[in-house]
Design a protein around this ligand. Structure first.
Ligand code: ACM
Length: 553
């Protein structure tokens, strides 16, 4: 973090603090006011001059895709579209190959111009997202102006930015409750605005199979019609549903247009009761455990029965037949078809909570499934339990969902992926499982992962401290999962994800804690609070938590 000193710093502070969307930041014992950017950029330096005025006559030149992205943000935020006139000073959006690391960008703003350069198309896209956060309703002229008379500005600033981690994910569970195409697209927009670049879709679970496959049409014909709570719109249930292959392709294309890959997950060998509805011959009988009796006692619902859709919330009772060759024909069909329609490098095969599969059978399954995926030319991904299995394909990525302080044995399983030539995606459940209840929040959500989870806890952790012996080189990235046992609508998703997804994005994108003055809870809560008006203009129904000093206009 660089900061101008002396007279220049004072002038910068004055200019910046006249604008909405600034946040005070402690630096070297002083408090300065910098434009609020989330996730925190690698470097931000306030300029000393007047801000750039953004008007309907502002010219936008350069890359057409980036100009369209910016126009949509300005339209939402300020209510007009730039680039129509050409009489005033302009915004230039350029890709300059080789100008920095992949996905990096630079923004230089003064009174006369805004110049955004990306090292590649993704970098330019992220620069435009940052520029969108810099747009402020100007109060310098004495009081805020309303409606069409409002004056919009971008503060004089220089930002140089690049991601810390290559993989920055959001996971959406469309199995416990199905979420339709438009909701998924909306979540992609929201995630991309935080510079996340991977949408992990949890496509299958005990409660439903949500992706149509030509090789196995019975899966969606027989196992997609219900959800947690049943198939009615009364109570907790929704009618279920699934993505057609065309719908899935539409998601992939939409995500790509926002520089995101899709990581499809087919959870196996546990979490597979729905498979048994379509192919009873592949599924073991459900195991009724004490855990299941507890869940039924606490949340209601029935015990799982073969051939009957499961509408409860228990886990760990189902397993594929891991010693049966037909199971691997099934795995090859499913992942073969998914590989053909997924351009991203990763296929996720689950592997979590296979509590009714013996350790030996689990290891056999993990070895075979990961090898099938590797043979398809894709990189397998699995939840951390699979790290214990001998025979895991080399370079398999592990997804850590233990706690901030790892429980017994969990670090070792996670480390095994790295020892095997792979890396880790970090999803500490007591920090960034977005479906955990908020303290003093709405009724939505669960608490099993040490919840309720405050925004401060979602924010206050350092990726390199999570798994003993694993530093940045062993970490592919960070991902915030959103499980949907209680989450039924797009509004529910917004409430649970915002603002906590921003905390995860900062862990994924920004410098390490200690490496930047901005990487503190005190700074984050101010910066996130300053985004309130932008999020509202984008239609994001964030949880207005009293942990955050929300700016209103
Ligand atoms: C998980 O939460 N079972 C990955």
């Amino acid at each position: 973090m660089k900061r101008r000193r002396g007279r220049t710093a004072a002038a910068a502070l004055l200019a910046a603090s006249l604008l909405a969307g600034c946040a005070p930041v402690a630096q070297n014992g002083d408090t300065v006011s910098l434009p609020a950017v989330v996730p925190a950029p690698a470097s931000i330096e306030a300029g000393s001059g007047a801000p750039f005025r953004l008007t309907p006559d502002t010219t936008v030149t350069g890359e057409a895709d980036a100009a369209a992205t910016l126009a949509a943000i300005v339209e939402a935020r300020a209510g007009f579209t730039p680039a129509k006139g050409g009489r005033e000073s302009g915004i230039d959006l350029r890709i300059v190959p080789g100008s920095g690391a992949p996905e990096s960008y630079r923004i230089a703003v003064d009174e006369a111009s805004v110049v955004v350069t990306g090292a590649d198309a993704a970098g330019l896209f992220y620069g435009v997202q940052t520029l969108g956060q810099l747009i402020a309703r100007n109060s310098a002229g004495g009081g805020q102006q309303e409606g069409e008379d409002a004056e919009w500005t971008v503060p004089a600033v220089t930002i140089e930015d690049a991601p810390r981690f290559a993989y920055r994910g959001a996971m959406l569970d469309v199995a416990r409750h199905f979420h339709p195409l438009e909701t998924v697209k909306g979540y992609i927009d929201r995630a991309a605005s935080l510079k996340l670049n991977a949408l992990h879709l949890h496509l299958t679970d005990d409660q439903g199979w949500r992706i149509q496959l030509d090789s196995r049409p019975e899966l969606t014909e027989r196992a997609s019609g219900t959800s947690v709570g049943g198939d009615s719109t009364e109570g907790q249930g929704t009618p279920g549903g699934f993505f057609t292959k065309a719908g899935y392709r539409e998601i992939v294309e939409y995500a790509a247009s926002r520089h995101m890959i899709v990581v499809p997950e087919i959870d196996m060998p546990g979490h597979t009761h729905a498979v048994g509805l379509a192919y009873p011959e592949l599924a073991e009988e459900p195991t009724i455990s004490d855990h299941m009796r507890e869940i039924i006692r606490d949340y209601g619902g029935e015990e799982p029965r073969p051939g009957v859709p499961y509408e409860g919330m228990a886990v760990g009772f189902s397993s594929l037949k891991t010693r049966d060759e037909a199971t691997y024909d099934f795995v090859a069909d499913v992942f073969g078809e998914l590989a053909a329609m997924t351009p991203g490098p990763y296929l996720h095969f689950g592997g979590d909570e296979s509590l009714s599969t013996t350790d030996e059978d689990f290891a056999v399954f993990v070895a075979r499934a990961s090898e099938i995926i590797a043979d398809l030319g894709k990189t397998p991904v699995a939840w951390h339990e699979a790290g214990a299995a001998a025979g895991l394909a080399d370079t398999t990525i592990g997804q850590y969902w233990g706690y901030l302080t790892a429980q017994e044995g969990v670090s070792a399983r996670a480390r095994a992926f790295v020892d095997n030539g792979g890396q880790l995606i970090l999803s500490p459940a007591d920090a960034i499982y977005l479906d955990m209840k908020y303290p003093n929040g709405p009724e939505l959500g669960l608490t099993w992962a040490n919840g309720p989870t405050s925004i401060e806890r979602a924010y206050t952790w350092e990726p390199s401290d999570i798994v003993d012996g694993i530093d940045d080189s062993g970490i592919l990235g960070v991902e915030a999962p959103l499980w949907t046992e209680t989450i039924r609508t797009a509004a529910d998703i917004d409430t649970m994800a915002f603002p906590r997804a921003a905390a995860a994005a900062e862990a994924a994108w920004s410098p390490a804690t200690g490496a930047s003055d901005l990487r503190t809870w005190a700074s984050f809560r101010e910066r996130v609070g300053a985004l309130g008006p932008l999020w509202t203009s984008m239609g994001i129904g964030f949880h207005p938590s009293d942990e955050i000093p929300w700016v209103t206009e």
